[in-house]
Design a protein around this ligand. Structure first.
Ligand SMILES: *Cc1c(COP(=O)(O)O)cnc(C)c1O
Length: 402
């Protein structure tokens, strides 16, 4: 294996994002394949015993076992790091494996974490249920109110963890302001950037320390595999995350890594086109539904902040109907083209009712606290023609009496 023509690491750092997405991190075997090779192997064999001894001693580079290194997975990790502008990246089997690893690798009993009220259901579960079992105290704040982050700090606060825009309320948190507060207190910031991907928002440019992904979403982008990733400094990834990851084994399979590598080649195109469609669909819906939660529309209270942090609105937004669950379900049932599905980031348009799906398990009280009502609908706008999506929504809204 060697890096493909012209790819020493310093040169790849001069490439622009579109070039990084296609060619970043590519290694080639002696076969000279153009597309990245898929190494479906758990182990490796060696020419002699001294070689394997040198590799285990860290005196020689090379693969030893796929929980520790795999060439296909390594290509994906290098490419994601390049797109993120991070020094290093490690991938995991799912987005939740990435979030769990990013937090557990650095938190210990006696530490304190501050996290956001509005978040993906399982991300809230980590703070509400898992971490307290291991003696980590957790304070929940309204992420969009920057003063609450500062007010929640204690002498033992180790981590700030949040997502922006948040799922599914579309609250936007001020990356630069929160990073600055954290830095002043020696706190590590961890941002879940699943809604944007590095094509639309790069939190490290605003001073965030660690960026974690569900690569299942926009990075794969075609609804095929589950995957996760954590990006950070070399010191964080190698000294803090890697000892945890190598010994607990939440690894991404080489096959899924290969699928995501292919997805990254079109990430920029998809993220921009889906954002364009999501703006058109959002503009149509804002004339038809009582409340929009769309970061690119004038009605969003943090529109200016969204414009500062994000390159485009992204494919996902939410809206709220007055008629509660019956009307929300009626709208979903009236769809003919858009699928009823709780996934996001897919090139297909998908719609769901968070209160009865993604945020069902947390219970009505927690949903109320997060601002997820019975009339809320979340949409992932895909790559179909926006006019077909609008026509489908138009007829489904008619059927639902809107
Ligand atoms: C989907 C999602 C996750 C979890 O990712 P999986 O790949 O499903 O494990 C975490 N955070 C956000 C914001 C998500 O949308």
């Amino acid at each position: 294996m060697k890096r493909s023509t012209g790819q020493d690491r310093t040169k790849t750092l001069n490439w622009r994002p579109a070039t990084r997405a296609i060619r970043g991190g590519t290694w080639r075997s002696e076969m000279g394949e153009t597309s990245e090779a898929l190494f479906l192997t758990s182990g490796y064999s060696y020419d002699d015993a001294a070689t394997v001894a040198a590799r285990f001693a860290g005196e020689e580079d090379g693969m030893t076992y796929s929980r520790l290194q795999n060439p296909t997975v390594a290509m994906l990790e290098e490419r994601i790091a390049l797109l993120e502008g991070a020094e290093a990246c490690r991938t995991q089997a799912t987005g939740m494996a990435a979030m769990t690893a990013a937090l557990l690798c650095q938190l210990s009993a006696g530490d304190h974490m501050v996290t956001a009220r509005a978040a993906f259901g399982s991300c809230r579960w980590l703070g509400d249920h898992l971490l307290p079992r291991f003696g980590v105290d957790v304070t929940v704040v309204d992420a969009s109110d920057t003063a609450q982050w500062e007010a929640a700090i204690r002498p033992n606060t180790k981590v700030f963890f949040f997502e922006t825009p948040a799922n599914p309320t579309m609250d936007v948190a001020d990356l630069a302001a929160i990073a600055e507060i954290a830095k002043a207190h020696g706190i590590t910031t961890v941002v879940d950037n699943a809604f944007c991907s590095p094509a639309l928002q790069r939190p490290m440019e605003f001073g965030i320390d660690v960026v974690a992904y569900s690569a299942t979403k926009l990075m794969d982008g075609q609804g095929r595999v589950l995957a996760g990733a954590v990006c950070g400094s070399e010191a964080f990834i190698n000294d803090v995350l890697l000892p945890f990851q190598r010994n607990t084994g939440p690894n991404l399979s080489p096959f899924n890594a290969w699928v995501v590598l292919k997805g990254l080649e079109t990430l920029d195109l998809r993220a921009k086109k889906q954002s364009e469609n999501a703006l058109k669909v959002g503009q149509f819906l804002s004339g038809r539904v009582p409340k929009m939660l769309h970061p690119w529309l004038d009605s969003h209270p943090q529109q200016a902040l969204a414009h500062k942090q994000m390159d485009a609105c992204g494919p996902i937004f939410s809206f709220v109907l007055d008629g509660g669950r019956p009307q929300a379900h009626a709208l979903l049932d009236g769809l003919e083209l858009i699928d009823i599905s709780n996934n996001i980031g897919d090139s297909r348009s998908l719609m769901c009712h968070p209160a009865s799906t993604t945020h069902h398990n947390m219970g009505a009280e927690a949903r109320e606290e997060m601002g997820i009502g019975e009339g809320m609908i979340r949409i992932n706008v895909g790559l179909e023609d926006a006019d077909d999506l609008i026509a489908d929504l138009d007829q489904a809204l008619d059927k639902a009496g809107l």
